[in-house]
Design a protein around this ligand. Structure first.
Ligand SMILES: [Zn+2]
Ligand SMILES: [Zn+2]
Length: 305
């Protein structure tokens, strides 16, 4: 199962020459989901080859730099003659905020828009994974992060042992791997536990949206394969991060360390930082080794552990 994350915008508040405002595409086995949709996201999707035939956009909160791109995106989808429903998910207030966005395209939308408000921990279940929202701390308005959590996978099948037991390769292997007890032509009964190892964990990718460092992110990101955390500021702006409900790169790295994540990807940088945000990388790396500074167009494959 392929799973890749693509950063469509990595700038906080306003775009810069190199960085657009927030949006992330997660592509799992051909299915695309967007997380936030700042102004200009549709053009970033074209530039980086993200499919418009997606069905779900998850919003972390309703600040303009995370939302207003959905108006243009829906217009383009209508011009393309889309008929499939588009589902827009977000925290409390989603109905009110996103209805306005939809109304810009009124009379012209060719497809239904379904707006769904989510509570924290209200799982959006899909075949073999779920999107799980969690509370974050970003000022007075409602805001949430999202975790993509895959179901456990089947255990590993031992082909050598199967051969040594004289079980012919073919449909019998598949049945045993799926957990069925199988009777061989000679009458022997094979239990799946003889040939199949314990179930293996699926992958977890966590996206915080805008937030102060918080316990709920540490919980959601416990052992995660990839944590995408905002890092609006550097150390010298630590007070401003508190005032505005954002995080410093160092604070994001401490969250990753406490959660025991495998990898940390930083995004949502204030426009004051240099093109490669090298100063933020150094501050984060002092706390957590596996840090990547996000760039527009950066794609990260998430492998099984
Ligand atoms: Zn923001
Ligand atoms: Zn915000």
């Amino acid at each position: 199962m392929s799973l890749a994350l693509l950063l469509l915008g990595t700038s906080a508040s306003r775009p810069t020459v190199e960085r657009n405002v927030s949006s992330i595409a997660l592509v799992r086995e051909g299915e695309t989901m967007l997380f936030d949709c700042g102004e200009g996201t549709q053009r970033q999707m074209m530039r980086y080859g993200v499919s418009f035939s997606l069905s779900d956009i998850f919003f972390t909160h309703f600040h303009a730099d995370h939302v207003i791109g959905v108006i243009g995106l829906m217009r383009t989808m209508a011009l393309q003659g889309r008929t499939d429903a588009l589902r827009l998910w977000g925290p409390k207030g989603a109905g009110r905020h996103l209805k306005r966005a939809e109304q810009f395209g009124v009379d012209r939308l060719t497809f239904p828009v379904e707006i769904q408000e989510l509570d924290h921990h209200e799982r959006v279940a899909r075949k073999d994974f779920a999107i799980v929202p969690f509370a974050v701390e970003h000022g007075p308005g409602p805001a949430m992060g999202y975790a993509l959590v895959e179901d456990d996978r089947k255990g590993r099948f031992d082909p050598e042992h199967a051969r040594s037991l004289g079980i012919p390769e073919g449909p019998l292997w598949g049945r045993i791997h799926r957990g069925e007890e199988v009777t061989l032509p000679d009458g022997r009964v094979v239990q799946p536990s003889e040939l199949v190892g314990p179930r293996r964990a699926g992958r977890t990718v966590v996206i915080t949206g805008d937030t102060r460092p918080c316990e709920s992110t540490v919980e959601a990101a416990r052992g995660a394969d990839l944590l995408v955390h905002e890092a609006t500021f550097g150390d010298e702006e630590a007070e401003r991060a508190v005032e505005t409900g954002h995080s410093t790169a160092r604070e994001a790295a401490i969250v990753a360390k406490r959660a025991g994540c495998r990898r940390l990807l930083l995004s949502h940088f204030s426009a004051r930082y240099s093109r490669d945000a090298a100063e933020l990388e150094a501050q984060a790396r002092a706390e957590f080794p596996d840090v990547t500074i996000g760039k527009d167009g950066m794609q990260i494959e998430v492998a099984y552990q």
